[in-house]
Design a binder for this molecule. Structure first.
Ligand SMILES: Nc1ncnc2c1ncn2[C@@H]1O[C@H](COP(=O)(O)OP(=O)(O)OP(=O)(O)O)[C@@H](O)[C@H]1O
Ligand SMILES: [Mg+2]
Length: 315
């Protein structure tokens, strides 16, 4: 049985993960996938595929949908990943009892050239900006509904700053969010929906120093709530490889970003201790999935989790 890996421009996780799976001697082997166009009738030789790049390479996403249709376990489910966004995730979180910042989704600033005023007669103009900031307060965060790497994330302190940031957002779908003035911050690795490693994370530092090794500084009850929230969110969304960030204000953990289905696993940024945990848990996960294939994804898990009267199969 083989595990295939699709990667981006990362240099530490891929080889460490492949070596770990191959060294474990379970009969499951791992390798980088090589692709160059896919036929309808191609056989896919992998039992499990770990996808760390299809969000930036659409052909990979198309290949992975075929893989799911052919019975391959893909981490993470490409269908759900394609449908997901940070506004919808806040809705799911709120309905499942996970605290989230007050959030507004906004019409995009720009459209394709042939979309003219007449095409947008459902939209009110001007937008009720004052209402938005009455709801979120200031400062607020304007950020893409789907995004990563802190790209196009702005913290705005006034309507003027909000307009400037919005005007620069172009075609991107943006959300405006209450800024959580935190006393503490945690970022959690979540593997296989229930393996959670809570780490201290300091967003004020440079990219390479944000993960703080050692004690996370959280009291046990708060840490347990964070772990439980991580499991709730990842079970609801169906992600097997994700990171979940929490800003802690007045002892309440607010989920800030939990749409990280190809999280940064670079040894240098996540530090060697967390890296070792991630490599081992990812290796354990793919071996388990290769040896005991789960039923293919059939439904939207969050629906069953929100409504106890619905059948709870596959949750
Ligand atoms: N509502 C908020 N309250 C406080 N801080 C926030 C909020 N939203 C975002 N931030 C800050 O901005 C950072 C980037 O936001 P976010 O994580 O949503 O973007 P991202 O591009 O997905 O980042 P990453 O690549 O680290 O996942 C967060 O780590 C956090 O420090
Ligand atoms: Mg992110």
């Amino acid at each position: 049985m083989k595990v295939g890996l699709l990667i981006g421009r990362e240099n530490t996780f891929p080889q460490a993960f492949i070596d770990r799976v191959n060294e474990m001697g379970t009969g499951v082997t791992a390798e980088l996938i090589r692709l160059g166009g896919t036929h309808l009738d191609d056989d896919i030789e992998y039992s499990v595929i770990v996808d760390r790049m299809s969000h930036e390479a659409p052909y990979y996403r198309a290949y992975l949908k075929k893989a799911v249709a052919d019975g391959v376990t893909v981490i993470n489910n490409p269908f759900w990943w394609s449908a997901d966004d940070k506004f919808f995730e806040c809705i799911v979180a709120q309905k499942l009892g996970v605290a989230v910042p007050k959030t507004v989704v906004l019409p995009t600033k720009t459209y394709e050239a042939d979309v003219i005023d007449e095409s947008l007669r459902n939209l009110v103009f001007p937008m009720p900006w004052q209402d938005f900031i009455n709801y979120t307060g200031l400062p607020a965060v304007l950020k893409p509904a789907v995004g990563g790497g802190w790209k196009n994330v702005s913290i705005v302190h006034s309507l003027e700053e909000l307009w400037r940031a919005y005007d620069a957002s172009g075609h991107l779908l943006m959300i405006l969010q209450e800024f959580i003035k935190f006393e503490n911050y945690a970022r959690c690795f979540v593997i296989g929906q229930d393996q959670v490693l809570v780490s201290r994370y300091d967003p004020a530092r440079s990219h390479w120093d944000r993960y703080v090794p050692g004690d996370d500084g959280l009291d046990p009850e708060l840490r347990q709530r964070i772990v439980d929230d991580c499991v709730t969110l990842n079970r609801a969304l169906g992600y097997d490889m994700n990171t979940v960030e929490f800003a802690i204000r007045d002892g309440v953990p607010y989920a800030i970003d939990f749409l990280n289905p190809a999280p940064d696993f670079d040894q240098r940024s996540i530090t060697p201790g967390y890296f070792e945990w991630v490599v081992q848990h990812m290796a354990d996960l793919v071996i388990e999935r290769a040896l005991h294939p789960p039923a293919p994804p059939t439904d939207l898990r969050w629906q069953a989790m929100m409504d106890p009267s619905l059948p709870t199969h596959d949750v």
